[in-house]
Design a protein around this ligand. Structure first.
Ligand code: ADP
Ligand code: SF4
Length: 698
């Protein structure tokens, strides 16, 4: 394939200060859960993107001193030389592939609650953090201001010495420099408060000192939300005003929107934000600077990227999520492999997984975060030692699909992917049809294209297999990926029992699949959707039914509606949206009995409460479809005698989990199916050994 010449502009080199990027693809800083604590994962994760064509790769926020401590959120730390030694591995990886490495030096100011360091947070004024309202900072005295500037310079020098090419004086997301700039945080009456020039003083002084220290060797970048889209920062006119004041000190403007409290507007979920949505604000920065600008907005369309560059709005295409979902996005565009691009679906599961000390993962890219500890490469697949076998995969949901594709790429003689349903996809046949989740359909689209290309993988739909069918199929290896189903009797986490009267065989009790797949009619007008899980299913069904004209009450036994969507930055906007479309919301309601016309239970204070309901939709918990696997596993001797060497199970039929985990399960089995014993996990402790050897070996 050759690339469309209109995309050539994306592959022009760009100079930023003393450094040159080989093309216009820039991985902006983003969280991983790796920090300096997991240096192998950090290095290989960023290195993979460099290999995939990102001309610059950055760390997540890197805390400049113990004055700023976010534990248990894992950020990169630049507290001592050992941290930098660990991060140096990332620089080596980036440089190996001809990319620049950047470090997002950060001070969180009022928001850093010092749980590990036991130091008070610092702020321009003594105003409680809007992010952690129980945290009240110490007002920064002139000595504190000077110390923080010195810490920034020290961190910048250490970073340069470790090999970083781009040094940030990051303001955020309403972190310390932006707190000084913002009248919402800064009520000072001295030289650091009042006019825009005074509020900009701390940031500008820090920039001057950092530039004087490392500006000849490194590019100096500023990242900040030019429009807070809420109170916690600055509005666009002041954002642009700051660009004017600081422009002479900056080599790269990395601009976005929102704040840490309103981060949902920066890392916008596809449910609410279309591709390129930030341009409305960040596109205005060009009016006042000729310096390179990078912006973000979940961009995956090469046409759109080229258009933005041609318009002059930005010089670089920034990405966090599109680079997680497809580390090889630039290379694929460069080589014209457009159909291969694994586009981000905007689900924000990467954020759910990377925050609070977790390890990053991705719904679309099962290898994300596993580059080091499992040695996975998203585009390279070793031929399997046992490839001269036939594999039967039962179930073409996220687990079965991913497994089939990887087995196909590993060269198995024949892979049959069989599903009882008329189409492939499992849960992904209906989840993208929930309101707002249309972009999630990309998960299935990409896999359908891959399956089409793999001549050794055959897809057979509309065929339900029994254990007898499986045994007679003739495949040497069997993978059971039969998924999970929603409970039909209201079994739930709170009572660990069915709800009396709940039975989806009744016309007025329904499960999500009955509505979305089986076309069961929801009777009457008043519907209670009862949620004991807290993620997207119940909320999605409630919205769908309200749009269809039902009078819907979304009731949950949880403390608030859809709390899991808070972890994907959707929660507050989702609750607001449900309110606006007319879904009544009731948290803290524990259902105790369902009957014709009612749901009886207790409210959040334990008082009896009856909700009127012509129909009740139950989204309480899912259960694994494990019967097929268990029946096969019962007769291991017989299976061996019949020539079946192994039976595995993967995905939701092991335990119902999020789509990213089901897909990961399928990927992992396919990668490890020729390992000596694929049931034994590869050593997770490898990370720790490297950490120690880096420290000891110096
Ligand atoms: P996962 O997320 O683990 O991939 P899903 O529930 O999304 O699970 O998908 C499971 C798929 O398995 C569904 O498409 C379902 O139709 C299919 N399936 C379940 N049991 C059988 C069976 N006995 N024969 C064929 N297909 C099956
Ligand atoms: Fe995109 Fe979802 Fe992957 Fe994050 S987890 S990169 S939002 S597909």
């Amino acid at each position: 394939m050759t690339r469309d010449p209109k995309h050539d502009i994306l592959f022009e080199p760009v100079r930023i200060g003393p450094k040159t990027m080989r093309n216009r693809f820039y991985q902006v800083p983003h969280c991983t859960g790796f920090g300096a604590e997991k240096p192998g994962s950090q290095a290989r994760f960023r290195g993979m993107k460099a290999e995939g064509g990102w001309a610059a790769v950055n760390t997540e926020e890197a805390l400049i001193s113990s004055d700023t401590d976010y534990w248990p959120v894992v950020s990169t730390r630049v507290w001592d030389e050992d941290d930098l030694r660990n991060l140096g591995l990332m620089c080596d990886e980036a440089h190996k592939h001809g990319s620049l490495a950047g470090i997002e030096l950060t001070h969180g100011g009022v928001h850093a609650d010092g749980r590990e360091s036991r130091r008070p947070s610092l702020g321009p004024s003594q105003l409680a953090s809007d992010y952690h309202p129980f945290v009240v900072p110490k007002v920064m005295e002139l000595g504190d201001i000077q110390r923080v500037r010195e810490d920034w310079v020290r961190a910048a020098k250490l970073s340069r010495d470790a090999g970083f090419d781009i040094i940030y004086v990051y303001g955020g997301h309403s972190y310390l420099p932006l707190q000084f700039l913002s009248p919402f945080y800064n009520k000072r009456t001295d030289a650091y408060g009042g006019s825009l020039e005074n509020r900009a003083r701390f940031w500008i002084e820090t920039l001057e000192e950092v530039r004087a220290a490392v500006g000849d060797d490194c590019a100096i970048a500023v990242r900040f939300c030019v429009e807070a889209l809420g109170p916690a920062g600055v509005e666009l006119d002041e954002g642009i005003g700051f660009v004017v004041l600081a422009d002479h000190l900056v080599d790269l403007w990395d601009v976005n929107v929102g704040s840490i409290t309103d981060w949902s507007k920066d890392s916008g979920a596809s449910r609410f934000f279309p591709e390129g949505y930030q341009l409305e604000w960040t596109g205005r920065v060009r009016e006042v600077t000729a310096k390179p600008i990078v912006g973000v907005g979940r961009l995956t369309s090469p046409d759109r990227m080229a258009e933005i560059i041609r318009s002059g709005a930005w010089d670089l295409i920034g990405a966090a999520r599109p680079s997680i979902s497809d580390p090889f996005l630039p290379k694929k565009i460069e080589e014209g492999l457009y159909g291969e691009i694994r586009e981000c679906i905007g689900c924000n599961v990467c954020i759910m997984k990377a925050e609070w000390g977790n390890h990053i993962g991705c719904t679309q890219n099962a290898t994300a975060g596993e580059e080091y500890r499992r040695g996975w490469h998203p585009e390279k697949f070793e031929p399997a030692a046992n490839a001269d076998n036939d594999v039967l995969i039962v179930g073409a949901g996220p687990a079965g699909l991913e497994c089939a594709i990887v087995l196909g790429k590993r060269g198995f003689r024949r892979v049959h992917l069989v599903d009882a349903a008329p189409e492939i996809g499992g849960v992904m046949r209906w989840v993208p049809k929930l309101p707002g989740l249309g972009e999630w359909g990309r998960f299935l689209n990409w896999r359908a294209v891959q399956l089409d290309k793999l001549k050794n993988v055959e897809v057979i739909t509309g065929t339900e297999l029994t254990a007898k069918d499986v045994r007679e199929y003739g495949a040497e290896i069997v993978v059971v990926a039969t998924g999970a189903r929603w409970s039909t009797d209201g079994l739930n986490a709170y009572t660990h029992s069915p709800i009396p009267g709940a039975d989806a065989a009744l016309p007025y009790v329904l499960t999500p699949e009955q509505i979305m797949l089986e076309g069961k009619v929801v009777p009457g007008r008043r519907v209670v959707v009862y949620d004991a899980e807290g993620y997207f299913t119940a909320a999605g069904l409630a919205e769908r039914l309200v749009v269809e004209g039902y009078d819907v009450e979304l009731a949950t036994c949880l403390e608030r509606i859809a709390p899991v969507t808070d972890e994907t930055l959707e929660g507050p906007m989702l609750r607001q949206h449900l309110h606006e479309v007319g879904v009544k919301q009731r948290a803290g309601f524990l259902a105790g009995e369902i009957g014709e016309g009612f749901v009886r239970g207790t409210d959040e204070f334990g008082e009896a409460l009856e909700l009127e309901a012509d129909a009740v939709v139950l989204a309480t918990q899912r259960l694994s479809n494990e019967a097929l696997y268990l029946e096969l596993a019962e007769n291991v001797e017989d299976l061996l005698a019949e020539g079946i060497q192994a039976v595995y199970r993967i995905g939701d039929c092991v335990a119902p989990r999020i789509i990213a985990e089901a897909s990961y399960d399928g990927h992992r089995l396919a990668r490890e199916i020729d390992a000596e014993d694929p049931s034994i996990p590869l050593p997770y402790i490898r990370e720790r050994i490297i950490l120690e050897s880096v420290a000891i070996g110096s």
